[in-house]
Design a protein around this ligand. Structure first.
Ligand code: SF4
Length: 605
């Protein structure tokens, strides 16, 4: 590994020339602003390639209508890497109710218009357009490789919420040469090495490619089948998810017309020592100076946060982390994390608070499967019950937290990443909950029970309502003992597959009883390649084949949401409509048990 430069990757020719380069080896195009921080995907991959000796340039948030924006660094020697950025480009623009979002947190001053919808496809088209004449004079075209969350979750045919249809793999629609999925470091380094040695790109773990129909025997139903037959789509989803969860994954091969989509098994996760190396690269941890004082909201949110590990074995049905990052937890070493905190603490604008020390699920740090290598296809190590083979010891996380808060210039270390509370309850006798309450919560602990109705929780793959209540009780007791009156802020989802109006009423009554005003309400979004998206599209649970109720219309989704927000007069009218539709007029009125007042009560009708 070569020592990279400790100043940002070049964004323009003068920055290339300052390094003495006349050409980049690799140019990455991303939908995000360039923040040289390991939480931003394209800079992370750029720094990684740089550490392998490649000259990497970056085109950040280009104007999709200006082809010159793609010519700014000239063509690369080896390949273009294209990503929509840290966000799904459709979800970055629209809410689930299809309302336009005002701000994009990954862009300077939130410029909501800059990231185009289907950004991966748009950027590949623009790159090809920008270098058409040069490319046609070359013996072979400079390859375009797509990656990042948008491409990764669309590597197979996927349910597209915005058009209510099943689309083919994004590899076909983008016309890219190869798709790198998952976290990507191992695969992209191998891509660079092979292109540098003029070797073919075929067969790299963690990639998807297109091949001729004659060459392979398919093991997934064709795109034509899964796009027209919901049972075939459900079966495909089941096979993909079980393969992704397996420790012996196979190559999945699927006909698309007269060609084959070939998705190779995931690249093995980076070993802990390599993860340490990755996070030790000389990120400046700041936005590129070109943005001046412009505010980049996502940067403000993560600038004082530290990632402790990758992966999640919770496998909640609506979440794509397991199919993107993988189920295996890879934890950075304690010393490496503490070294990063020391570096952060030495920067002039650090004010003494590490805003988050965590990962996808904070209390999975240092936990592992005791039987690694044994055949296992369970998507979740926690649901429906905690696997006896899971090593749940919280010791590594507690040791890390205790060491971190003793570091010089560090006054507070908060944990604001998710906490999986069934796991926290099982992490006895090490007392994760007590440690958090005493030292690592800044007044409000955010947790995500998501629902209270057991049938919905089961479909979501979330802990039971009993576990949630136990966790809340323990946290409140621990906070009281610590002399800290701390609040719990709960996240809930409305409109998840399996959730009826009756289930939402059960949740609303719980909130009323417990005097909770839901602040964090998320409308369900069927993210590609998730179990819940397949339930939403097919009306079945792909794992059991059983029918699942789906709130499909915008009106029913709005009614479910209104039931969660029944305390807010703005939602009374819709909540009344929901209660009447569910035959629960008894909950409308002034009585103590009622959820909303009669029409006259709120003055809005
Ligand atoms: S802990 Fe259990 S469910 Fe998780 S990978 Fe190991 S054997 Fe499979």
């Amino acid at each position: 590994m070569k020592t990279p430069y400790n100043h940002p990757l070049p964004l323009c020719r003068s920055e290339m020339e300052a390094r003495g380069w006349d050409q980049c080896d690799v140019i990455l195009v991303t939908g995000d602003a360039y923040v040289d921080h390991p939480s931003f995907g394209a800079p992370l991959i750029g720094r990684w390639l740089e550490s392998h000796g490649y000259r990497v340039g970056l085109i950040a948030a280009p104007d999709p209508n200006d082809v010159e924006a793609f010519r700014v660094l000239g063509p690369p020697r080896l390949f273009w890497g294209v990503t929509a950025g840290n966000l799904d480009s459709q979800l970055a623009r629209l809410t689930v109710m299809r309302k336009r979002r005002r701000d994009d947190p990954y862009l300077p001053e939130g410029q909501g218009d800059l990231r185009p919808p289907n950004a991966t496809i748009v950027y590949v088209t623009k790159v090809r357009q920008a270098f058409k004449s040069q490319i046609s004079n070359l013996k072979s075209q400079i390859p375009v490789i797509i990656g990042g969350i948008e491409a990764s979750l669309r590597r197979f045919p996927y349910y597209d919420y915005w058009t209510d249809s099943v689309k083919r793999s994004i590899l076909f629609d983008s016309k890219a040469d190869l798709l790198v999925y998952g976290m990507g470091e191992t695969a992209i380094a191998e891509v660079a090495r092979r292109l540098d040695h003029q070797e073919p790109l075929s067969g790299i773990p963690g990639t998807a490619e297109i091949r001729s129909l004659k060459l392979e025997i398919p093991n997934l139903k064709s795109f034509e089948d899964v796009s027209t037959n919901k049972d075939a789509f459900a079966l495909m989803t089941r096979e993909i998810l079980l393969n992704a969860a397996s420790d012996k994954p196979v190559t999945l091969i699927q006909p698309h017309g007269d060609r084959l989509l070939v998705v190779h098994p995931p690249a093995p996760p980076l070993a802990p020592a390599l993860l340490d190396e990755l996070y030790s690269l000389p990120f400046t941890r700041r936005p590129h100076p070109v943005y001046g004082k412009a505010k980049i909201a996502a940067y403000d949110m993560i600038k004082d946060s530290i990632t402790t590990h990758r992966g999640c074995y919770g496998s909640c049905a609506f979440c794509a982390i397991a199919t993107h990052q993988g189920k295996t937890i890879v934890s950075r070493s304690r010393d490496n994390i503490l070294a990063e905190i020391r570096t952060l603490a030495s920067t002039p604008d650090f004010h003494g608070t590490v805003s988050d020390l965590g990962g996808p699920t904070a209390n999975m740090y240092g936990t592992r499967c005791k039987r690694q290598g044994a055949h296992c296809q369970r998507p979740s190590c926690l649901a429906p019950e905690i696997c006896p083979t899971l090593e749940t010891d919280a010791g590594p996380q507690l040791d890390l937290l205790r060491a971190a808060r003793k570091l010089p210039r560090v006054n507070h270390v908060f944990v604001t990443s998710g906490i999986r509370f069934d796991l926290a309850l099982a992490q006895e006798p090490r007392g994760v909950i007590e440690e958090l309450a005493q030292h690592h919560v800044c007044g409000r602990l955010k947790i995500a029970p998501e629902h209270i109705a057991e049938n919905v929780l089961r479909l979501m793959g979330k802990p039971t309502a009993t576990a949630y209540r136990q966790f809340v009780r323990r946290f409140k007791e621990a906070s009281a003992q610590a002399g800290k009156p701390q609040q719990i802020v709960e996240y809930f989802i409305s409109g998840h597959p399996g959730c009826t109006l009756a289930d939402m009423i059960e949740l609303a009554l719980y909130l009323k009883r417990e005097n909770i005003q839901a602040e964090q309400v998320q409308d369900f979004y069927p993210a590609p390649l998730t179990l819940a998206a397949a339930m939403f599209h097919t009306g079945k649970d792909p794992m059991t084949g059983k029918p699942v109720y789906v709130a499909r219309t915008d009106n029913e989704k709005a009614m479910q949401r209104a039931l969660l927000l029944f305390h807010d007069p703005k939602f009374h009218r819709k909540a009344r409509e929901a209660l009447r539709a569910a035959g629960r007029e008894d909950l409308i009125g002034r009585g103590a048990k009622c959820l909303v007042p009669e029409e006259k009560g709120d003055g809005r009708g």
